[in-house]
Ligand binder design. Sequence first.
Ligand code: ADP
Ligand code: MG
Length: 426
Amino acid sequence: MSFQKFELHEKILTGVRMLGYQKPTPIQLQAIPPVMEGRDLMGLAQTGTGKTAAFVLPILQRLMEKPLGRIRALIIAPTRELSEQTNEAIGQLGRKTKLRSAAIYGGVSIHNQINRLRGNVEIISACPGRLLDHIERGTIDLSHVEVLVLDEADHMFDMGFLPDVRKIVKHLPQKRQTLLFSATMPDDVRSLAMDLLQSPVNIQIGHTAPVMTVEHRFYPVQMGIKTALLKDILEKTEMESVLVFTRTKSRAKSLAMQLDRSGHKVISLHGNLTQQKRKQALDGFRDGRYEIMVATDIAARGIDVTRISHVINYDMPSTADAYTHRIGRTGRAAKTGDAFTFVTGDDLALAHSLKRMLGEKLQYQNVAGLTSEIKTGSSKKSATDMKSDNRRNSFARPTQTRRKPKQRSFENANRSSWSQRAQSAA
Ligand code: ADP
Ligand code: MG
C-alpha cells in the first residue's frame, strides 16, 4: 500500500514524496494509524526501519489541524546528533506545512535557542539536559504539549537519563499522547516504560535482534594487536564508509590519529569535542569527506548515515543491546552491511551470547599473524576451530543471565537501584 491510505494532509504527502519514500515500512504501516487516532504506543522495530517518520508524520498531521504558535509536540532523544537529525527530518517531511520545529541541546549558545523559542515553534526535538535548563530558566513553555515522544526509549530510562526525563515529564500536561520508540526494550525497563503510557498499543516488528541485512564477523585478537588488525582489514576490504567504535573517548581520538598517520581519511566523534567539532565530524562523514569515523557510543543510537557499509567494534560494546544499536548504523533502509567485532579474552561472555543470538549470521574470522587463539581452560582453540565449534564449550566463562525485571515504577525508580547496564563512556 502507499502513504495515500493514511489520509495524511496533501502537504505532508508532498514531503514524503520529496524524500522518495514509495511505500510505508512495516513499523510505519502498523504505528501510524493508531498514533493518528491519538493512542499511546510502544513501537519496537529494528534499526534503520523508519521509526522517525512513524512518529513525525502523525505529529505533523495532528498539528496542522489546529492553530499554530505553541509547542505542541516534544521529542526527546539521547544525543545532540540525534536531536538534530530528527529536527531535520521534521523539516524535510513537513517542508510544505508551515509547522516550525527547533532542536534543543547543549554545547551551543542557549541565547540563540531562547530567541528561536520566542519565535513560535510547534515542535521541539530535544536532549534532556538542555531542555531542563530552559524549563528552569522559564524560557520554554511546555504546558500545551499534546504529544511526547521518547526516541531510543529504553536508553532514556537508563540511570543517566531517567532523573531528567522524570523531571521533564512533570512539566507536561497529564493529558497527552505518549509514544515510545526503540529497537530494543530490555525487560527491566519495560515496566518503567509502560508506566508512562495509558492503554497503549504495543507494536513489535521482527525480533529485537540486530537487523537481518547485516553480516557479522568476530575477530579473536589481543588488545595490543587490534590497531594492526584494523589497518589490515581497512587495507584489504572494499568499504564505502566505515564507522569504528571504541570504548573510550581517548581511544577514539588516538585511534583516529593513528589511522590518519597511515593515510586514511578519518575523523573522530566523542564527547570531549566541542559541539562545533562534533558537527563538523558528522557532517564530513555524512558527505564522504571522511571515509572512516572513529566514535564512542554517542554514535551508537539513531544516527542515520545510509552509506555506512561497515561497522567495526574495535572494542566490544557493553551489552547485546548496545551491539544491536551500534551494528544498526549499517544495513539501514533495507541496504546490506557488514559488522566486524574484535573479541579479546575479556569479551568472551558477551561474544558467546551474541553467537547464540545470531547463529549462522555470525562467523569467526581468522587473519594469519593477527588474530589469536582463544584459551578455554586448559585447551586452546584457533579462530578456525571456533568457526566449526561455536558452542558453549568454546567459551570458558558463563554468559551473564539478564536480571529478572524488578517492580519499579517510572515515578519511584531510584538511581542507585539501577543495574550497571550500558552507561556509555561517551
Ligand atoms: P530508525 O529510527 O528505525 O532506525 P530512521 O527513521 O532513521 O530509522 O530511517 C532509516 C532510513 O530509512 C532513513 O534514511 C529514512 O529516510 C529512510 N526511510 C524511512 N521511511 C522510509 C520509507 N517508507 N521508504 C524508504 N525509506 C525510508
Ligand atoms: Mg531512530
